[in-house]
Design a protein around this ligand. Sequence first.
Ligand code: F6P
Length: 366
Amino acid sequence: MKRIVISTGGGDAPGLNAVIYSVVKASLFRDWEVYGSRSGYRGLLDPDELVRLTADKVEDITATGGTILGSTNKGNPFAMPVENLAGEVQIRDVSERVMKNFTRMGFSCHIAVGGDGSLEIAHRFATERGMPVIGVPKTIDNDLEATQMTFGFDTAVSTATEAIDKLHSTAKSHDRVMVVEVMGRDSGWIALSSGISGGADVILLPEIPFTIESICRKISENELHGKQYAIIVVAEGACALEGERIHRDQARSEIGRQELLLGGIGEWVADRIRTCANKDTRAMVLGHLQRGGSPTTFDRLLALRFGAAAVRMAEQEQFDQMVALVNGEMAAVPLAEAIKQRKKVPLDSDKILTAREIGICLGDNP
Ligand code: F6P
């Protein structure tokens, strides 16, 4: 009989609860016990924050957004902010405590569900502390190299597409330019997929530096063809050819590393279009709406498959590996591979070609 522990770390993504459900059911199928660690590693730091996951605890959670275990992007046990008696915050390595609790609880495997930051921590636990760890890839950004898809992405794209669809009628009524800023960090997957599906005129990606002139040219072309409005989808990490990435002031401590909190490029683009194209222009930020709500059927199924595959990997003791979607099937890939670099949109991919061939401007001047 095995006893496993599951945690969810980093930003949430629709489908996390489906993974938890699947891990619990596939473990119970083998007569194993499952515990959930609340808020990333908090349960492994303080056993009062561990919760025994029985069938009744996960009943009906597959279709729900968020995570029943909670998540955090500030809980890296290798660099944990801890307040001392004088009230000063110091960064401490508490990973040994995590490992002691893991052993004391008799756990034989940790299933860590997370993005690149959380998976990097999981890999450190495997290599530096000898923890038997299996990773499950999660992020709406779809920027993990070793898997074809992460769950959460399809839901985020559906939400963004629905929003873009709705903007068409109001933009058209007012002869306006509407700029929609979507998430994705340094990768343009969400912007490209939702922009193509939502019939955007312009899509700006982190992978392709843009010029305001090329956007304004597209707006003028629209007008020549009698279309007085335009929809522009801009990824939060997009950047002008001679500009800098726009971010909010504070840096956030993403689990495992310092990250800039992106945001503001939509308003920046809208400001310049107002001047350059002399058009009434509005910007909106779709923000965390993209992380919320019920997972789509695709994300649910992928998350359920990931969860069951992770338990099969635990059975076969395939540790320090991550479950991945490879050629449409479940595969085990080394965690070290999975966290090496972030997946960008290839400039020769069929989605880029499709966008160009159906008349979408990508902000450059090809
Ligand atoms: O990585 C997921 C993501 O939603 C990014 O797309 C976005 O840049 C970031 O997280 C937002 O993080 P936070 O929830 O800390 O605002």
